[in-house]
Design a protein around this ligand. Structure first.
Ligand code: SAM
Length: 269
């Protein structure tokens, strides 16, 4: 499957264009039934975009100047009718500058550039207007987001996802042959429906990173590099935790309780 445009995919922008029509259709069928706006990151040559704009008003963020001119002519009518807004920028800069990718509730639907996929998903978790996330990413990364306690892929990303979502799962896998050029990895569609009442505390993510700094070592040991040993021992005894626990053996709700106690304990110091 080759793209018909005279454009060479750029590695530095993570460009692997999705060409398999059946995969595009399956993504569209997975879209939540609601009145939310759609935001797409990295419309590329516009194959997914074309399907999205048929259903809903869409805003897309694209960093590559060469693609912008192709997209502008391909979607001239939709841009004119205000069904489609094309924003030429690095999406991470847009988040830094505007705080949110859209002024009202939106769902993020995209085949993400893999080199910044984790970062994008975490920014979408923080974005107060983003409600649902349906994104194509590397399968191994999707597994980290959806893993459960005691799974081998369980990580800080799994815990954050469990705490901020109503539902999260991998919808289906996509083989390399569905793209042009084919990536070296299997891809998956990750679905996260956020619980809009939960706010993400950036310091909690830092705390979780410290918990998993050496994933196979004891959690207690990992935490003593950032938390006073006496405070940590008190928290362990209050929560009835064994000192032998490893990071992947602790549930998301326990991590949340531990963090609250760490914050309260540090404030008392
Ligand atoms: N949506 C298209 C598709 O499914 O064929 C293209 C997907 S391709 C995997 C990733 C897209 O993200 C490319 O169009 C790339 O130029 C764009 N991109 C990469 N980094 C970006 C960034 N920082 N901000 C916005 N778009 C970016």
């Amino acid at each position: 499957m080759k793209n018909n445009n005279i454009i060479k995919a750029k590695k530095k922008f993570g460009q692997n264009f999705l060409k398999d029509a059946s995969v595009l259709d399956k993504i569209i069928q997975s879209m939540p039934h609601n009145n939310n706006h759609i935001v797409e990151i990295g419309p590329g040559l516009g194959d997914l975009t074309q399907k999205l704009v048929k259903y809903k008003d869409t805003t897309a963020y694209e960093v590559d100047t060469d693609l912008i001119s192709i997209l502008k002519s391909k979607f001239a009518i939709e841009i004119h009718n205000k069904r489609f807004e094309l924003i030429h920028t690095d999406v991470l800069e847009a988040w830094d500058n505007k705080g949110s990718l859209h002024s009202q509730k939106y769902d993020l639907i995209a085949n993400l550039p893999y080199y910044i996929a984790t970062n994008i998903i975490l920014r979408a978790f923080e974005d107060k207007n983003c409600e649902n996330i349906i994104v194509m990413i590397q399968k191994e990364v999707a597994q980290k987001f959806t893993a459960k306690v005691n799974d081998k892929e369980y990580s800080s990303l799994s815990i954050i996802t469990e705490l901020i979502s109503k539902e999260s799962r991998i919808l289906f896998d996509v083989p390399p042959e569905s793209f042009d050029p084919p990536p070296k990895v299997i891809s998956s569609i990750l679905y996260v429906s956020k619980n809009m009442d939960v706010e993400l505390d950036k310091n909690f993510l830092k705390f979780l990173k410290a918990c998993f700094i050496q994933p196979r070592k004891k959690l207690f040991k990992n935490l003593t590099s950032t938390i006073d040993k006496e405070l940590l021992s008190n928290i362990y005894s209050e929560l009835n935790l064994k000192e032998t626990l490893r990071p992947h053996e602790v549930s998301a709700s326990l991590y949340s309780q531990m963090y609250t106690k760490v914050v309260n304990g540090k404030q008392r110091d």
